[in-house]
Design a protein around this ligand. Structure first.
Ligand code: NAD
Length: 269
C-alpha cells in the first residue's frame, strides 16, 4: 500500500456505507486523517470510524485522527456547520471527497418533482456547496487543495427511469470541469470518478439476487460488477500527487461499460 496521505486531512461525504466507506478506509490506510460524513446511518458511520482507526493503528499512523460529522449535504446550514466543525477540529482540509448520492426509480412521466429536487439536492447541490466551502478554505492558504467527486457512468450514459440521477451526474461533469478551469491557476485540482456497477447497498435490487446479478454482469465487458475498494483506489490516485497534472477529468472505472458494449460483436457493417 502507498502512503501518500500522511499528514493530510480528508473529508468524505456519505462515508457510512458502500463506496464512501471504502474511500474513508483507503485514505486511512495511506495515512490520512479522515472526517466521516453521512446523513442517517449512525451504525454505519461508527463502523467506518472503527475501521479507519484500525487502519491507522495497523499503519502505525500515530498522528492521524478520525471524527464523525453527521449532516445532510443538501442543506446549506448543515454544510456550513460541517465545515466549521472540520476546520475547528483540524484547522486545515487538504482533500474534499464528494461521494454522497441517492437514486430512486420511476417512469419519468410519473416521477415526482419533490423526488427530482431531493436527488438533485443531494447529488449535485450538495456537491456544489461542499466544493464551494472547500475551495473557500483552499484559497485562504498556500498549497491549494484537491476535490474528487463521485460521478457515474451515467454522467454520459442515459439511465431511463432514473432521470434525476442521470441529470445530477451529467451536471456533475460540468461542475467538475468548470471548477477545475476556474481554479487551475491557484493549485486546486478538481476531478471525478465514474464508477460502473459496484456492489454496494445502493444496488440492493440485484447484489443479493444471483439471477439479477448475472443479468447486470452480462452487460459489463469485463463480466463482473466492481468492488468498492477498486473505486476507492481511483479516488486515492486522483487525490494524490501521482495525479498532479490531472484536472477537470472524469476517470471511468467501470469494467468497460462506457465502451458501447453492444458493439462487442459486429452486428452492422
Ligand atoms: P450507498 O447507498 O451505499 O451509500 C450512500 C452514502 O451516501 C451513505 O453513506 C449515505 O449516508 C450517504 N448519504 C445519502 N444521502 C445523504 C445526504 N443527504 N447527506 C450526506 N450523506 C448522504 O451508495 P454507494 O453505491 O456507495 O454510492 C456512493 C456514490 O457512488 C453515489 O454518489 C453514487 O451515485 C455513486 N455511484 C455508485 C455506483 C454503484 O454502482 N454503487 C455506481 C456509480 C456511482
Amino acid at each position: 500500500m502507498h502512503q501518500r496521505f500522511i499528514g493530510k486531512n480528508v473529508l468524505v461525504t456519505g462515508a457510512s456505507a458502500g463506496i464512501g466507506e471504502a474511500i474513508a478506509i483507503r485514505f486511512a490506510q495511506e495515512g490520512a486523517s479522515v472526517a466521516i460524513n453521512y446523513s442517517r446511518n449512525d451504525a454505519g458511520g461508527a463502523s467506518t470510524a472503527r475501521q479507519v482507526r484500525q487502519a491507522h493503528a495497523e499503519g502505525g499512523f500515530d498522528g492521524a485522527s478520525v471524527f464523525i460529522h453527521k449532516a445532510d449535504v443538501s442543506d446549506e446550514p448543515s454544510v456550513k456547520g460541517m465545515f466549521e466543525s472540520v476546520l475547528g477540529e483540524w484547522g486545515r482540509l487538504d482533500v474534499m471527497i464528494n461521494n454522497a448520492g441517492i437514486q430512486k426509480p420511476a417512469p419519468s412521466d410519473e416521477s415526482l418533482t419533490q423526488d427530482f429536487d431531493r436527488i438533485l439536492g443531494v447529488n449535485l447541490r450538495g456537491c456544489y456547496m461542499c466544493s464551494r466551502e472547500a475551495i473557500k478554505h483552499f484559497l485562504t492558504r498556500p498549497g491549494g487543495g484537491v476535490i474528487v467527486n463521485n460521478s457515474s457512468v451515467h454522467e454520459i450514459i442515459p439511465k431511463p427511469q432514473y432521470l434525476p440521477y442521470s441529470v445530477s451526474k451529467g451536471g456533475m461533469e460540468n461542475l467538475t470541469k468548470t471548477l477545475a478551469l476556474e481554479y487551475a491557476d491557484r493549485g486546486i485540482r478538481v476531478n471525478a470518478v465514474g464508477p460502473g456497477a459496484i456492489v454496494t447497498p445502493i444496488n440492493m435490487s440485484w447484489i443479493n439476487d444471483p439471477a439479477a446479478k448475472k443479468v447486470v454482469e452480462s452487460h459489463i465487458p469485463m463480466g463482473r460488477a466492481g468492488d468498492s475498494e477498486e473505486i476507492a483506489a481511483v479516488f486515492a490516485f486522483l487525490a494524490s500527487d501521482d495525479a498532479s497534472y490531472i484536472t477537470g477529468q472524469t476517470l471511468f472505472a467501470c469494467g468497460g461499460l462506457t465502451l458501447f458494449p453492444e458493439f462487442r460483436t459486429t452486428w452492422s457493417s
